[in-house]
Design a protein around this ligand. Structure first.
Ligand code: OOB
Length: 552
């Protein structure tokens, strides 16, 4: 069975696969049949509200079949990879499931990604198709990006554009019923196979791809849906990027589809827009990152609006929610709060609705499955005493065993017995709840958007005037963290001012084509860098500069 496993992906060892089947976690269903089953169970329920459209489960499933057939007729085949970089629009879900129905593998990308990330995804996957919008935030034209990618990669045959498609295929045409319908030539891959490649926040130069199987992903979806108490009456507002793992599966859109509820799509997470959608559709559930919580609370307080208490659940995850904010949500706004601590690689923890207020406010919840194995270790991989802070390692029925096509990186990110090194510093309480205390990985969590410091440093160092660079997190009231690049500048007689140099470097990063959120928020110039005893740049002492500034 495993000989057909996606090349470049690390399969679960057979004894674990057997155990996960025996325990009923893996039920042998693929994502295409999952949607089909949802459509049979809830044909006339609305699955998606998008702008002025509402799409029932039956129509959703038919659109997926039409789209799969159209893609097949255009030449997409089982095993092909297709990059999906779409905004929060119903086409996102239709294309995702259509690719799966065809046996092709969606490769998830965020709207904020730019040339650098997309180029890496095409290189890593040899993608045959790319799905994008016409223009995005700040009038960014994805079609220009598509042209550049296509000119560089022969494998990339097809580009599909949502909106003004110019010389490319129109996404809208994919949703039309094909004249000739011969669906028998293709089928979704089998349940134990990799279904799609999810995005990792990453901590290295190249963004890593995460191979998720139908079996493992759907287990996390079903279980999340139960933990979040979703049912046919649930309406989930989706203003976070739809492709993110939180939005997809914790419990996310897929959890909603499983329970027969509806996803309400929005592209603007600002409270003004979001509150309007909540009212219009009588939304019951919302998932947010902590950075959005403060503006939502401020707006609700200013307008004396009790909208937050009208929700059945406000989920917050992706970055650490400050305890005081959690407390304020509950005490001042009567919010039914759920904290979510998860990762695209697998493991998800939730606070449960029946937990005490203390647990909901002060912890990031309990693991999803009793067979999620959790180890908390010191720097030498030895277990720390119960209750102490250490590195979180995990293994379980929906946590990957390796990144896609990354054998060397996998040696560092996984233990020899298959535990994923999350890079998070946590404490496990006696009650089974996890508290996230920090991070050991070289990553900045900018309001839930992850920045691998090395990736930005590598881009900056290619600037001819940059001799040395270190990117570190600086505290930010709204986003939690922002990025600051410390730079040793190679002086020239006609050097621009530090202010100008900062602008030059930000522009430079933009031109390299890194995602917008990776452009350093601040750039500081140093004559000397602090070093550790091992001769590495001492980032900890660089970070201290912000503490000094905060005090003064
Ligand atoms: C989610 O997934 P990713 O892959 O973007 O990021 C995972 C990392 C974690 O390793 C941790 O460092 C951080 O994001 N994180 C949190 C957190 N939730 C995620 N740190 C502190 N507190 C939290 N509640 O971010 C993700 C995936 C599924 C569900 C929810 C979040």
């Amino acid at each position: 069975m495993q000989s057909h496993y996606l090349a470049g992906a690390v399969p679960y060892p057979e004894e674990f696969a057997r155990l996960y089947r025996e325990k009923g976690y893996w039920i042998g269903q693929n994502l295409s049949d999952f949607l089909q089953e949802c459509a049979e169970k809830y044909p006339h329920h609305i699955a998606i509200y998008c702008e002025d459209q509402q799409i029932s489960y039956k129509t959703f499933n038919l659109l997926v079949s039409d789209c799969a057939e159209n893609l097949y007729q255009l030449g997409l085949r089982s095993g092909d990879k297709a990059i999906v970089q779409l905004p929060n629009h119903h086409a996102f879900y239709i294309i995702f499931f259509a690719l799966i129905r065809l046996g092709a593998l969606p490769v998830m990308s965020l709207p904020a990604h730019r040339f650098s990330e997309l180029n890496s995804f095409v290189e890593q996957t040899q993608a045959k198709a790319y799905f994008c919008a016409d223009v995005g935030a700040q009038k960014f034209d994805y079609r220009e990006l598509a042209r550049k990618l296509k000119s560089m990669h022969h494998a990339l045959e097809h580009v599909f554009v949502l909106g003004e498609s110019q010389e490319f295929h129109a996404v809208a045409a994919l949703l039309e019923t094909p004249e000739l319908f011969q669906p028998s030539q293709y089928s979704a891959s089998s349940p134990e196979q990799v279904a799609f490649l999810q995005l990792s926040g990453g901590s290295t130069g190249i963004p890593k791809l995460i191979p998720r199987t139908h079996d493992d992903y759907l287990y996390s979806v079903r279980e999340s849906s139960k933990i979040c108490c979703l049912d046919e009456t649930s309406k989930l507002l989706m203003v976070l990027p739809a492709a993110h793992n939180f939005s997809m599966s914790s419990a996310g859109a897929l959890g909603i589809f499983y329970s027969g509820g509806a996803v309400v799509l929005g592209t603007d997470p600002s409270p003004a827009q979001a509150f309007e959608l909540i009212r219009k559709h009588q939304v019951t559930d919302v998932c947010l990152v902590p950075a959005l919580v403060r503006p939502w609370m401020d707006k609700a307080a200013k307008d004396k609006d009790d909208i937050l208490s009208s929700l059945r659940c406000l989920q917050v995850g992706g970055a650490r929610l400050a305890d005081v904010v959690a407390l304020r949500l509950i005490d001042e706004f009567q919010v039914k709060l759920q904290q979510v601590f998860g990762m695209a690689e697998g493991l998800v923890n939730y606070t449960r609705f029946d937990m005490t207020k203390e647990q909901i406010v002060h912890t990031q919840g309990r693991k999803l499955c009793i067979d999620d194995e959790i180890l908390i270790v010191n720097d030498e991989d030895q277990p720390v005493p119960q209750g102490d802070v250490g590195h979180l390692l995990t293994r379980g029925p929906y946590t990957i065993r390796g990144y896609y096509n990354a054998p060397e990186h996998n040696l560092r990110s996984f233990t020899t017995d298959g535990f994923y090194r999350t890079g998070d510093l946590v404490r496990l309480r006696e009650d089974g709840c996890i508290v996230v205390e920090g991070r050991a990985k070289d990553q900045i969590n900018r309001g839930g958007e992850k920045i691998a410091t090395e990736e930005v440093e590598q881009a900056l160092i290619t600037h001819p005037q940059v001799k040395l660079v270190a990117l570190v997190a600086m505290p930010d009231e709204v986003l939690g963290e922002k990025s600051c690049a410390f730079v040793l500048w190679q002086s020239q007689p006609d050097d621009p001012s530090e202010f100008r140099r900062g602008l030059i470097l930000k522009q430079y990063i933009q031109n390299v084509g890194l995602a917008t959120y990776k452009i350093p928020d601040r750039i500081e110039f140093l004559d000397h860098f602090p070093y550790t005893a091992f001769g590495k740049i001492d980032k900890k002492s660089l970070v201290k500069k912000f503490e000094i500034q905060q005090v003064s």
